[in-house]
Each structure stands twice: as C-alpha cells, then as structure tokens.
Design a protein around this ligand. Structure first.
Ligand SMILES: Nc1ncnc2c1ncn2[C@@H]1O[C@H](COP(=O)(O)OP(=O)(O)OP(=O)(O)O)[C@@H](O)[C@H]1O
Ligand SMILES: [Mg+2]
Length: 259
C-alpha cells in the first residue's frame, strides 16, 4: 500500500447499527486522506455520521467494513500494545462536553494521559507550561472544572488532547457547548497551534464559523461525503466562511434548515 505523505487514510468505511430489519447505515463508504499539518473539517447535518466516523478513527467503535491507516499502518490490525500506544499517544480527543474529571484540577486533568503512560515529570512539566501559555490557561490550572467557565474548560480539554504530542487531534463539535466569543477564542487557539507546530487536526462541526478556521472541509450527508471545499493559500477566513455558507445554502435553503 503506497501511503507516502499521507498521515491518515480512511478507505471505504462503512458502519451499520442495528440488526436485519432495522439497520442504520451510519457510514456508507467514506474515503478520504489527511496530510500532515492539515486542519480538516467535517460538516454535516445531525445524524449524518460525523461522530461515528471520528469514533471509528479513534477505535472507540469498530467499523462494519473498510480500513483506517495511520502512517500506512492499518489500525484494525494493531495488537493490544500498538492499540494502547495509538489511543494513548498517537491520537488526542477533544469532546463537545469537555469530559474533564470533576475531582481533579485543570493541571491534573491535563497531565492524566501522561501519568497513565508513565512519562518523565520534567518533560511533562515543560510541555504543560508551553500548552498552558498557548491556550491562556496558566492562571486557572489549579482550579477544578466547576470553578471554570465553559471556554476555560474546553481550553483545558484542548491542552489534555495535546499533552502527549499526538499525530492527530480528533475534535467532535469542540465549540458546540460554547458561546460565540468563547468559541472564537478556542478556534483562534486551535488554528494557532495547527499553524505554529503543524499539528494535524480533524474537527467535526455544525458551525460554519468554527469550520471557517479549517484549511479544508468535507461535507457529509447520510454517511456519504458529497462535497469538498479547500481554503486557498491567500483566502481570508471571512471569504472562506462565505463559500461555506454558499454550499450549505445550495443544500437546501440555508444552514439553519440543513445543519
Ligand atoms: N449506538 C448506536 N446505535 C444505533 N444507531 C446509532 C448509534 N449511534 C449512532 N446511531 C445512528 O447513526 C447515525 C449517525 O449518527 P452520528 O452520531 O454519527 O451522527 P452525527 O453526524 O454525529 O450527528 P450529530 O450532529 O447530531 O452529533 C444516526 O442515524 C444515529 O441515529
Ligand atoms: Mg455527533
């Protein structure tokens, strides 16, 4: 299999839920590649298969058929050791509802993935300081989630998804629970992290504002990818946002009706 230059390859992914008479085809033959350093968005209506797709890539669920390759390696063929390494340090996951542990401070939440994988403390500390600076959460690291705003919680969760230096961050509606201003702050940070460190991000979102930070967007409906938009090199975020709205409008009378 030739995979040169590709970080992630999704090949003809299918996922059926349910049994014989009551099957939902959540993914119906999804294929795409992600190059290192891309900030790829996936947009689609509720129920179109976005979370199913991310969860297949994260090995949270098993696809019915098809393959996912990371750096040319088929992840479904991983043995338990490779799989633990993949889940623990090759991918980072950012959830819509943060999924922070209530009884741990921000700092403890962020370092949790590393403590599980036994990483050197000084190295972890340096990484924590770097990410906290980038995400502007240095002064809330000692707080518990109940003492943080939604935007702060999500930036702590973003730091946790990045602490193990993953090859790719998988983000499922990361702005879904945030107000407009906090959403914009988070997206600015994710874009800066993508640009400055070349961190690859795959983000699912309903929100054209959030998606306009991406470098490329795939549109999915009924488990099938039906359109792609690429942000050109010199295209402003505002221009890209307009083009996203055009695609959504063509889909059926504006984004409010579709997504
Ligand atoms: N565990 C499950 N069992 C049965 N059907 C499921 C299950 N999970 C998802 N589905 C169905 O699969 C389809 C895709 O669901 P999925 O959660 O991937 O959609 P989504 O695009 O993430 O939607 P949303 O934007 O609302 O989060 C839907 O029709 C959903 O009802
Ligand atoms: Mg979803």
């Amino acid at each position: 299999m030739v995979s040169q230059g590709k970080l992630l390859e999704v090949q003809d992914l299918q996922k059926n839920y349910g049994k014989k008479n009551n099957i939902t085809k959540a993914l119906n033959g999804v294929s795409f590649d992600i190059l290192p350093g891309e900030f790829l968005g996936i947009m689609g209506p509720s129920g179109s298969g976005k979370t199913t797709l991310l969860n297949c890539i994260a090995t949270i669920i098993k696809p019915t058929s098809g393959r996912v390759l990371l750096n040319g390696n088929n992840i479904s063929a991983f043995d338990s050791k490779n799989l633990a390494e993949y889940r623990g340090s090759r991918i980072g996951y950012l959830f819509q509802d943060f999924e922070l542990l209530d009884n741990l401070t921000g700092q403890e939440n962020i370092l949790l993935p590393l403590s599980i994988h036994g990483v050197n403390f000084a190295k972890a500390r340096a990484k924590l300081d770097e990410l906290a600076g980038l995400l502007e959460i240095t002064n809330i690291l000692h707080k518990f989630p109940s003492q943080m705003s939604g935007g702060q919680k999500q930036r702590v969760a973003a730091a946790r998804s990045l602490i193990s230096d993953p090859d790719i961050v998988l983000a499922d509606e990361p702005t879904g629970a945030l107000d407009t201003r906090s959403a914009r702050t988070l997206m600015n940070k994710l874009e800066a992290i993508n640009r400055s460190s070349g961190r690859t991000i795959l983000m699912v979102s309903h929100d054209p504002n959030a998606a306009s930070f991406c470098s490329r967007i795939l549109f999915i409906q009924d488990g099938v990818i039906f359109h792609e938009l690429r942000r050109t090199h010199d295209e402003s975020q505002e221009k890209f946002y307009e083009r996203i709205l055009q695609v959504l409008a063509q889909l059926g009378g504006g984004s409010a009706n579709v997504l």
